[in-house]
Design a protein around this ligand. Sequence first.
Ligand SMILES: Cc1cc2nc3c(=O)[nH]c(=O)nc-3n(C[C@H](O)[C@H](O)[C@H](O)COP(=O)(O)OP(=O)(O)OC[C@H]3O[C@@H](n4cnc5c(N)ncnc54)[C@H](O)[C@@H]3O)c2cc1C
Length: 313
Amino acid sequence: MAGSLHITGMGLAGCCLAWQRHFRGEDFTWEDDDRPGSASRVAAGLVNPVTGKNFSVSWRLAEFLPEAEAFYGRVGGLLGKTLWFPLPVWRLVGEAEWAKVEGKLEEARPWIVAVEEDVPGWRAAVVLKGGGRVATREFCEGTRAFFEGKRGPATATAVWCEGATGLVAGRLGRHRCAKGEILTLKAGWREDRILIGGGGWLVPLGDGMFKAGSTYVWDRLDGEPTPEGRARVEEIARRLGGADFEVVGHEAGVRPIVRKSQPVIGPLEDGRIVFNGLGSKGSLYAPGVAGRLAAWLAKETDIEPGLDVRCLP
Ligand SMILES: Cc1cc2nc3c(=O)[nH]c(=O)nc-3n(C[C@H](O)[C@H](O)[C@H](O)COP(=O)(O)OP(=O)(O)OC[C@H]3O[C@@H](n4cnc5c(N)ncnc54)[C@H](O)[C@@H]3O)c2cc1C
């Protein structure tokens, strides 16, 4: 299979697979129909080592994070762009959730730099290492431009990297895709850290620009920004950054979720090969999972059960 492959969909999944083929010296073609609401175009690219209300270390973080960092560094070198911006993550914790987070500190210890108790408006901030931002839009646009000569219709085995479109079409059975809205803001806030708390996040982009997000909506899976979404994200921005900001962008996309943010790869019963389910953590997992898919496509390895689409219930 190493000599002929077609990639359908060039978001994070498809672009990472394209580079892994390229690094292995294997050919491919690709296509993308630029659907509105594709996640990689709007994502903030946040990598957060310890996530969620449960303050849990991201699945297989110690394995996938170094792979992702090396990958974005290598691709950035070839594209002449910085794609990975490491930044400390400040997880802001309110009084009501402190007992739960405190109980998880030991488990997250390898990723904790400090616990700051003197944070106005919050019970504490847990300062985490291993986080940062991937410039996902620049990565996808740069990748497509780099491989422009390989763009064309399918003439070989296709790997379907369709994101939420494929899941909503029912290819993998039940899904939990979630729409999210994001604002781009101009503000005079600190730019040396990512803030996460109160159900949202604030990510510095440099030059006084920030991304703030995000909402989770499961019953309206389109790429349309809404007034309610904007109001909710403005509330998050005020809680995390302050009242003084200007909204300069408002976007929406759909996260491709199968089982939390654990991706799946491999063949379906109908013969299609898929790479999907990157969920809310595509920046972290797409490079490493694409590498494993490329090795399987070249018949070098089996797909491990934790990633194999054939092992979905
Ligand atoms: C609001 C929001 C915020 C997010 N924030 C973060 C974050 O901070 N950090 C993070 O890691 N992740 C984040 N994510 C999740 C991340 O964006 C996804 O995990 C990732 O982008 C999914 O990539 P994908 O390639 O699987 O899908 P997509 O990005 O949706 O790409 C699929 C591509 O396939 C194309 N396509 C689909 N069907 C076809 C077809 N039949 N033929 C041709 N082309 C087709 C589409 O046009 C699209 O370009 C966020 C997502 C959203 C929506």
